[in-house]
Ligand binder design. Structure first.
Ligand code: UGA
Length: 433
């Protein structure tokens, strides 16, 4: 089928490349001409496993194209997907100006029946607003349908998540649109859930908020484990084996970050407050636990080292999760900022996040190492802030030989506590002993 994706960010690019991979003809639109040129040459402005290969293969096969013209995309395609940013405002509401702008551009370009599909994460009833804008700006009264098709891909495993999704949600009241959407997703063997537009929009916020809730839940359980010499990993396994609960998103750590969970939890709280006139107390608590988790972790470092000022501390990991170069709302970055503000000389290393981090600490004493071992050189403590697989294969004997004092603070429960202690480290983690 002929598809158009507006917005060549993480979601737009991955979706476009995966649609092309299963045989659709895809045109990706972005208003940044430099980005369009870069993408057309098969290069991507972000790190996402498998994405560059997928892009090159489908560009070469002439199934994937790039342009800066919304009109060109609308003319060439039966279905138009929106994957544009929906940032958070200071009051917890979502800034929909990008969506509104794009819809205003689509409306006059509609020459024949088109389906406009929203993939961006938006508050419930945004579909209704989109339809209203199109009606207002579509002088020819061309037929169209609005569909909500929320995205569940995770950065770092976005291609796999898109090609092999747990489910596909299609929200629409039009049988014509639903039939076309079914055809688009036919090559993906995943359960389809057909709903109305409002329910589909709500599914996204409810899903992300629930996953964030699981993380805050286990982070609080971790604190209780620590007070009782219990092991949070074992507790998570024990409850996660119950199929009604599931083991996913029960890894304790220094808290969730990134461009989705903090934003979506805040939005869901704001939606509840606006529409029901009362706060979503449960989610407020989820936020509170997440907001205090880093301080809880830092207090372990303070407790063990006593004085932080002037200490040399290595930090492994800067990205908000492994397998990405994304440092937006990264708890690891917040951690480095806190250490710097306390006078620590920080030596950082991240497999993919160095480039984007450099400008953050250009005017500080922070040092940027080119390997995990270089980062620990002369350090008195090592902090693990992101659970990159690469860190598990670093030789701890070598780490110890390079350090001046032997403390490890493992904020992601990455290492085996008894192994770290066998090497002579004072090892601290989250909810394990
Ligand atoms: C999240 C959702 O998982 C996706 O389903 C959704 O499509 C996406 O948001 C979105 O709304 O676009 P993402 O933010 O890319 O995906 O990454 P996650 O893997 O969900 O991780 C989010 C944060 O939670 C990270 O900081 C991670 O370290 C943390 N986390 C995750 C934990 O602390 N513990 C866990 O057990 C799992």
């Amino acid at each position: 089928m002929k598809l158009c994706i507006i917005g060549a960010g993480h979601v737009g690019l991955v979706t476009g490349a995966c649609f092309a991979e299963v045989g659709h003809h895809v045109i990706c639109i972005d208003n940044d001409q430099r980005k369009v040129d870069m993408l057309a040459a098969g290069k991507i402005p972000l790190y996402e496993p498998q994405l560059e290969e997928l892009l090159s293969r489908n560009i070469a096969a002439k199934r994937l194209f790039f342009s800066n013209s919304v009109k060109a995309g609308v003319d060439a395609s039966e279905v138009i997907f929106l994957a544009v940013p929906t940032p958070l405002r200071a009051d917890g509401t979502v800034d929909l100006s990008c969506i509104e702008q794009v819809v205003r551009e689509i409306a006059p370009a509609l020459g024949a029946y088109r389906i406009i599909v929203d993939k961006s994460t938006v508050p419930v009833k945004t579909g209704e607003k989109m339809a209203e804008i199109i009606r207002r700006h579509n002088a020819a009264s061309t037929l169209f349908d609005i569909v909500s098709n929320p995205e569940f891909l995770r950065e770092g495993s976005a291609v796999r998540d898109t090609l092999h999704p747990d489910r596909i949600v299609i929200g629409s009241s039009s049988q014509r649109a639903i039939a076309l959407m079914r055809k688009i997703y036919e090559p993906f063997s995943a359960p389809l859930l057909i709903t109305d537009v409002n329910s589909a929009e709500l599914i996204k916020h409810a899903a992300n908020s629930f996953l964030a809730l699981k993380i805050s839940y286990i982070n609080m359980v971790a604190r209780i484990c620590e007070a009782n010499k219990a092991d949070v990993k074992k507790v998570a396994d024990g409850i996660g084996l119950d199929k009604r609960i599931g083991r996913g998103f029960l890894d304790a750590g220094i808290g969730y970050g990134g461009s989705c969970f903090p934003k979506d939890v805040a939005t869901f709280i704001a939606i509840c407050q606006q529409q029901l006139g009362r706060p979503f107390g449960l989610l407020r608590e989820v936020q509170k636990i997440n907001d205090t988790q880093l301080e809880y972790f830092i207090s372990k470092i303070r407790g063990a080292l006593q004085v932080l000022e002037g200490r040399k501390i290595a930090v492994w990991g800067l990205t908000f999760k492994p397998d990405t170069d994304d440092i937006r709302n990264s708890v690891a970055v917040a951690l480095v900022n806190l250490l710097i503000s306390e006078g620590v000389i920080v030596q950082v290393y991240d497999p993919k996040g160095m480039e984007k981090s450099r400008r953050l600490w250009a005017k500080t004493a922070a040092r940027f190492a080119s390997s995990p071992l270089e980062a620990v050189q002369g350090a008195e403590a090592l902090v693990i802030a992101t659970e990159w697989k690469e860190f598990t294969s670093v030789d701890l004997r070598e780490v110890k030989a390079r350090m001046q004092a032997w403390f490890i603070f493992d904020g992601r429960n990455l290492l085996n506590p008894s192994v770290a202690r066998q090497f002579g480290f004072s090892y601290y983690s989250i909810g394990r002993f």
